[in-house]
Design a protein around this ligand. Sequence first.
Ligand SMILES: [Zn+2]
Ligand SMILES: [Zn+2]
Length: 443
Amino acid sequence: MRYIFAAAIFLFTRPSSAEPATPRNLVIIAVDGLRADHLGLYGYARATSPKLDARAKSAVVFDRAISQASWTLPSFTTLFTSVDPIDHGVNTSHVTLGPGLRLLAEVLKDAGFKNAGFVGGHFLDPVFGFARGFDLYRADGEGNYRFLPQTAAQGADWIRGWKNGRHFLFIHGNDVHPPFDLTSQGAKVRHLFDADYRGPVDDTLIDYQFVAEYNKVPAESQGLTPPPDYVRRVDEIRADPRSVRHISAHYDAQIRHVDDTLPQVFDALARTGHDADTIVVLLADHGLEMGEKGRLATAFHLTQYQSVVHVPLIFWVPGLTPRRVSRPVELLDVAPTVLDFLGLPAQASYQGRSLAGLARGQSEPPRLAFSSSSLIGDTRRDPPMFSVQDERWKLIYDSITRSRRLYDLAADPQENVDVSGGHPKQLARLTQALADHIRRQVP
Ligand SMILES: [Zn+2]
Ligand SMILES: [Zn+2]
């Protein structure tokens, strides 16, 4: 009995001294447009991410992380403010982040952090407000795309210069985002997958004009006037499943290129010893459609399918036991989570909840995950399309057509069969949850 008692005292007192210190630094890596299901660690068949797959074995991986918006600007606004698109209102490219929205970098700066961002430009340009709170923010101008070979290298350099104090590093790249311009990497990278293909995709730039035409978005609404021979070419690709699959092969080849690029960030942390006191988060702001339902990419059309809203979310936290978490969670939760791990209080304005408990394997009540879809050039303030999902069921609501669709994600992960007729209880439950969320009636 005495021995057991002594052992109990030992077990009881030991963890406080063995508990790893609160991490000091934070690195967030965002791969713009990277859908979760095209990574090996999320079950993809192609070897798009062997290095990340291996590294994820020491991480907490969220298997169902949902982005709150279908495209870049509203999604990153939510990520960095923990405010839903319905409330932050940054849902079209005419809107920038108002001073009332407090960004994660601003919170960390006030807590004494030194902050640097090396980003892929475009919607993360300072003109939209994302540079607020950063001591150093490199974007190279709106409309200029930058890629991870450059931004990750700049981030790794910055890590090597860390001295005393605490640091927040944000790395972002447009590598897997349209335009799929693979010419800089050459044919070897470009044709890593589906090398046998011979066809029109290889002579066509998959850019915004292509995406708009592919999705039959009225050209004038995007300020584009494609010539008739271009329309014919896009139609030809669109009608040929082989060519559509090849677009996806290019996307996958770019993911593999990203996989080869990211280790330099982890290596810089390891060589400086900062792997022991730094949280690393890898995520995406949204995915992209790759021909599913006859559509490509996102942002020029309203979409709430998993291909777009299901994103990777991976946390490396020193001392945390690796784990997979199946619960639906939201990008809204990332800011409160990292502050929690860094030992800092959440902001009163935060709508997300810390995922630290789930990451530690604690049981929590089930969560619902919401998302919304708006259009880049729209004039409406509120997104017109929404979704809500739990572990099994998903409701999509289109407020323009006033239509609802219910999917059983367990039986039908591709979201092909609307089962709203056969499951009135699930339909009513999720409809009510969505109506409460958007504070509007859902017919
Ligand atoms: Zn994006
Ligand atoms: Zn090709």
